[in-house]
Design a protein around this ligand. Structure first.
Ligand code: SF4
Length: 340
């Protein structure tokens, strides 16, 4: 049994079975999340018999082992984690002056197969458990000896294709007995699984939704993100607007700018139409080269043109400052090949 896989009710139930009082569960989780301890023997307010009992039954706090790290000059640090079955996932720590962000993975590999993404080119292996997700954040906080203020589900995998695991992990990140992270500091990024977006809107979680938009017509979007053939653009945009209406949270539309592909005048015109007049924010992202894909980033002057035109139409817009590209820790570059 892995503690970080369990919510408070589940920990309580197991400890009650061992004859422990209910309050023990919060004591135990306090050590796990607030004090960042993995060792039952260090949990000094649990009596020795219980510490031994937990170990004897094969309970563990963490399912992850740090298998390697790589740090960029700007402080961005990529972590390679080994899972109990010998597979690997990556997460990235991004320090900024006012926020410490972790970008975490939700699956090993990914079935969506986006053309520009290193992970998507590897195929899908399996979903991560809630513990394997939340522990990426916990372990990075331990390593950096800092409180992680923000998280984004934007690493390997499509979070909404692992709906239950991702949502349970988000509740553990948010819970007062967990990492106590504000919901508005949690962002889930999806390629656009429409029924799951509607389901998420009904969770009353107040987390941020980000959509990988990347194209403004179905033909190009289906080429870049094959899932668009199942859930075309009009349906995806309707679901995002509904999310904004229901949650009153601004939806971020991610737009990777690729030279000659999605950065023309017609693309810009359609982007304005899709984004004008509702609660969204366009994030223009310089394309990060992946060795096996023959794309190049749009020139800075084209990015500026998109920025200024959207601003002129009163659309909230920014250009993302890419971090960590030198360690292949930027968007679309995670792929379990951390070279040390
Ligand atoms: S961008 Fe995201 S959804 Fe697309 S293949 Fe990569 S990991 Fe999967």
């Amino acid at each position: 049994m892995v503690i970080t896989d369990l919510d408070l009710n589940e920990v309580e139930a197991f400890l009650l079975e061992l004859g422990e009082p209910r309050y023990r569960a919060r004591q135990l989780l306090d050590w796990v999340y607030k004090k960042g301890t993995d060792d039952f023997k260090a949990m000094s307010n649990l009596h020795v018999e219980l510490q031994r009992n937990l170990e004897g039954r094969g309970w563990r706090v963490s399912p992850l082992t740090v298998a390697g790290t790589r740090e960029a000059r700007d402080g961005t640090k990529k972590y390679l984690f080994r899972l109990p079955d010998g597979l690997y996932v990556e997460a990235v720590y991004i320090p900024e002056e006012k926020r410490k962000t972790v970008c975490f993975s939700t699956q090993v590999g990914c079935a969506v197969g986006c053309l520009f993404c290193a992970t998507g080119q590897q195929g899908f292996k399996r979903n991560l458990t809630a513990g394997e997700i939340v522990d990426q954040v916990r372990k990075i906080g331990q390593d950096r000896q800092t409180r992680i203020s923000h998280v984004v589900a934007m690493g390997q995998g499509e979070p909404l294709a692992n709906y239950d695991g991702t949502l349970k992990a988000i509740r553990l990140l948010n819970a007062d007995y967990g990492l106590k992270m504000a919901a508005r500091h949690i962002t889930l990024s999806t390629s656009g699984i429409v029924p799951a977006i509607y389901r998420l809107a009904g969770e009353e979680l107040q987390i941020n939704l980000a959509l990988s938009l990347h194209a403004t017509d179905d033909q190009l979007r289906s080429r870049l993100i094959p899932l668009n053939r199942t859930y075309p653009l009009a349906e995806v945009m309707k679901a995002c607007r509904d999310y904004a209406d229901q949650t009153k949270r601004r939806v971020t539309l991610e737009y990777i700018m690729i030279e000659g592909l999605n950065d023309g005048e017609a693309d810009l015109g359609r982007l304005v139409k899709l984004t004008k007049g509702w609660l969204c924010h366009v994030n223009l992202i310089p394309y990060n080269p992946v060795p096996t894909v023959p794309f190049r980033p749009s020139p800075p002057r084209v990015r500026q043109r998109f920025l200024r035109t959207l601003e002129a139409h009163k659309v909230a817009v920014s250009i993302r400052q890419e971090r960590g590209a030198e360690v292949e820790a930027a968007c679309g570059q995670l792929r379990q090949q951390l070279k040390l």
